[in-house]
Design a protein around this ligand. Structure first.
Ligand code: ZN
Length: 631
């Protein structure tokens, strides 16, 4: 029972990033299209610079310590010199700005009088410039979810980042097609309540933004960031949740992780574990004849083996305060974020083939603290050193509970470490773009194009297509509303059938654990049109879709054939009739016309509803006449 959960003081601040359908990018005229071919490329390396206050951002330092090169791949169809930072930005995309104003007005935000474009420092390489252009458009406002008022903090117009293609310990590869696509970011006040409630807040906000009919559609066009904290802990930023259904899972996972880390902190304090003075040494020579396969593989590659000693941590790396939460996993994540496979900690020495003699030599090397834990890091020396520095920071934070981090959501609804949370002071003015004055005329213009609201749209679907409220909502939330209306008209299929195939069946298959990628709109449309033409029973649609999702059939036609679902033609109907007549000849001769109904029923059962009833009836009558004529 979720209500009976002990109070953890959990708070979740949602930030929704919605791509806009505004024709072209925010500061150049490139279209917002995904390029499959990216024939051109260039490389950049970012360096951290001190801010005006003389401080250096910890996240920037961490990023820089990884010594990675950023490689940008692009195509002239979707990027130009602006994305490459070889040309200043063009004037702001007016359509996108108008959408941000409309979104602010719907949310009850106060539209800012003068819109200033700012540069927000990003250090993960996802912008060629090292910053993202962003402009505050609205402040304040609220939405209502389940009768609870959730405050809006801000509505911001900004450019999307480059799309990551892949990364390893040496470089990161990005595509520039997505860089500069206009986004509206809506940040909400932190909410309390169940993980499911957080999911409903995100759903509601998405519905409101879609009601403008000015936002991009499809997977990846909407992303949620979640700022999650529990009482007494720091705020953890989880980036990039793409599917709404994952939000409650991610919140649930973070809750478990953060509460677990706090329990670990209590236990560490009880044991008097160290909070500083973690020593790091190179220990490669101690492992020259190791039986650990992980370490010997690394040594064969000329890797260095470094060790961090953690006084008081023995037994704490493998301890699981809540399911799936271990300090060992947290530390391995730091190594993974730098492109290493992981670490070996002392609670798994035996399992990893590190001998007790080797463990003893580590104790001797570090001066033999009782209860000391050790973390071994193997890799190229520079990378291993940076990873050890990151691990020391993580260990220092362990006795305080939950460190402030930026994490990424995984497809399974967990989170993984990305980097420390960036500090404040990350914005400065973009001097290449003039300030925009929001005069009353401009505001009036967008006020006149305010949409009616998503709810009236759902009511329209209910009425116009005689759908249930639930089904109408599903169609609206599926993002396929327009396609639903078009397909229903084109195929003449009963709207509830089309709605269920477009908006319900894919969710059902996803719940079975199937990937939905093979079930594109064309596939769904073909299934519906086969039903419309009477070649597929509506009950069989889910089986066809399942076969395609599983990959056991390549397309709709072959799925129908493979499953034996194809509508039966005249020839097969005749064969079935001959068979029935041969069996029941006596009945026909005896009862005449009155034998038609039972025979028809028998045939339809035999053909399992796959034949057209009118055709069966016509052919059966003809054959019965022949029998009676010859009898
Ligand atoms: Zn461009």
């Amino acid at each position: 029972m979720p209500q009976e959960r002990p109070s953890t003081g959990m708070k979740v601040g949602l930030e929704i990033h919605q791509q806009l359908a505004s024709g072209h990018k925010l500061f150049c005229s490139c279209p917002a299209v995904k390029s499959e071919d990216l024939p051109l490329s260039f490389e950049r390396t970012l360096r951290p610079a001190q801010s005006e206050t003389g401080k250096t951002d910890p996240a920037a330092v961490f990023e820089f310590s990884r010594h990675r090169v950023n490689q940008y791949h692009w195509s002239p169809e979707s990027a130009c010199l602006v994305e490459a930072d070889e040309e200043p930005p063009h004037p702001i995309n007016e359509g996108a700005l108008e959408t941000a104003v409309i979104a602010s007005q719907i949310l009850g935000s106060k539209v800012i009088d003068e819109v200033h474009v700012m540069r927000k420092i990003v250090i993960d390489g996802s912008n060629t410039t090292g910053f993202q252009r962003t402009a505050s458009v609205g402040l304040g406002g609220s939405i209502e979810v389940d009768g609870v008022r959730v405050g809006v903090q801000s509505v911001t117009l900004e450019e999307d980042a480059a799309r990551i293609l892949g990364e390893d310990s040496k470089k990161r590869r990005f595509a520039l097609d997505r860089l500069g696509v206009p986004l509206v970011e809506v940040a909400l006040d932190p909410v309390e309540g169940s993980p499911e409630f957080v999911g409903r807040v995100a759903l509601q906000l998405g519905r409101i933004l879609r009601s403008t009919k000015r936002v991009a559609r499809g997977l990846g066009t909407i992303r949620q960031d979640l700022n999650i904290s529990v009482a007494g802990g720091r705020v953890v930023e989880v980036k990039g949740v793409q599917r709404l259904q994952l939000i409650p899972k991610v919140v649930e996972y973070e809750l478990r992780r953060q509460v677990g880390l706090q329990e670990a902190a209590v236990e560490l304090k009880k044991r008097g574990a160290a909070t500083s003075g973690f020593a790091t040494k190179e220990v490669t020579r101690l492992f020259s004849s190791t039986r650990s396969s992980v370490l010997s593989k690394e040594l064969a590659r000329n890797s260095a083996v470094l060790c961090v000693a953690a006084p008081g941590f023995q037994g704490m790396f493998g301890w699981e305060p809540s399911p799936g939460v271990r300090l060992g996993k947290e530390i391995a994540d730091v190594a993974r974020a730098s492109g290493l496979g992981g670490v070996i900690h002392s609670d798994e020495f035996e399992k990893q083939g590190v001998s007790s003699a080797e463990a003893a030599s580590l104790h001797a090397e570090f001066g033999g603290h009782k209860g000391s834990g050790f973390v071994l890091v193997a890799g190229p020396r520079g990378v291993a050193e940076a990873v050890c520095a990151g691990i020391v920071l993580r260990l220092q934070a362990a006795t305080a509970g939950v460190p402030a981090e930026t994490r990424a959501a995984t497809d399974s609804g967990e989170t993984r470490y990305l980097r420390p949370r960036p500090g404040a002071q990350r914005m400065y003015p973009e001097t290449d773009v003039p300030m925009i004055v929001m005069d009353p005329e401009r505001l009036e213009l967008s006020r006149r194009s305010l949409p009616k609201g998503w709810d009236s749209e759902v009511v329209r679907l209910e009425r116009e297509y005689t759908l249930s409220r639930d089904m109408a909502l599903k169609v609206y939330d599926s993002d396929l509303e327009e396609d639903f209306e078009r397909i229903t008209k084109e195929t003449g299929v009963q709207p509830s059938v089309a709605a269920s195939i477009l908006a319900e069946a894919p969710t059902r298959l996803a719940r079975e654990g199937l990937a939905l990628e093979p079930l594109g709109l064309e596939v769904l449309e073909e299934v519906i049109s086969l039903i419309g033409s009477g070649r597929l029973a509506k009950e069989a649609a889910i089986d066809v879709m399942r076969a395609i999702a599983k990959g056991s059939s390549a397309d709709v036609e072959s799925a129908v054939v493979a499953l034996g679902l194809g509508a039966v033609g005249e020839e097969e109907v005749l064969v079935a009739i001959e068979r029935v007549i041969a069996r029941d000849r006596g009945l026909i001769l005896e009862r005449g016309e009155r034998s038609f109904s039972p025979l028809m029923g028998e045939l339809m059962r035999e053909l399992r509803g796959k034949a057209d009833g009118a055709l069966v009836s016509r052919l059966l009558k003809k054959k019965m006449d022949e029998v009676r004529g010859s009898g």
